[in-house]
Design a protein around this ligand. Structure first.
Ligand code: FES
Ligand code: FES
Length: 168
């Protein structure tokens, strides 16, 4: 059994009860993924599993045997920022930054859902691809809370940083 974290195969946790979030932070020393509520309510712990956004606090690490997990450390860093990270800086999409890794992972997963034609709760026409209006983006990102209230900048950053992906 092995998990693939940011392109590297790693051994599973010795304790099968460990959450993916704790495994990333405490066993793999990848602190970019944040622990907010630890009960599925805030989105701070969002990572990508084969490109799908998931809440790592609600997942057991052993459930992801053989799956490719991407954390914020695998999206971009000192060697080069992902365009969405650069857009967060440009648009003041954060204040304390605690929610930001989850916001960025969630937005990348959200763009993939939009490209696949997945509707949201505010999509009016379920027979057509949704237009990524501000309302659509706000709804699709509503699972990621920002206690600093940077939501307007977050949506501006997503529109700028993922504009082409959302339109594709
Ligand atoms: Fe996972 Fe809040 S820490 S949803
Ligand atoms: Fe502080 Fe979002 S930037 S919680």
């Amino acid at each position: 059994m092995s998990l693939v974290i940011n392109g590297t195969a790693v051994a599973p946790p010795a304790d099968p009860r460990v959450s993916l979030l704790d495994y990333l932070r405490e066993e793999l020393a990848l602190p970019g993924t944040k622990k907010g509520c630890n009960q599925g309510a805030c989105g701070a712990c969002t990572v990508l599993a084969d490109g799908e956004r998931i809440l790592s606090c609600l997942a057991l690490a052993v459930q992801y045997d053989g799956r490719a997990i991407t954390t914020i450390e695998g999206i971009g860093g000192e060697d080069g920022l992902h365009p969405l990270q650069a857009a967060f800086i440009e648009h003041d999409g954060f204040q304390c930054g605690y929610c930001t890794p989850g916001q960025i992972c969630s937005a990348i997963g959200m763009a993939s859902e939009a490209r696949r034609g997945v509707p949201s709760n505010v999509t009016a026409d379920l027979t057509a691809d949704a237009t990524m209006t501000r309302e659509e983006l706000q709804e699709r990102m509503s699972g990621n809370l920002c206690r600093c209230g940077a939501h307007n900048g977050i949506i501006d950053a997503i529109r700028d940083g993922l504009g082409q992906e959302l339109a594709a």
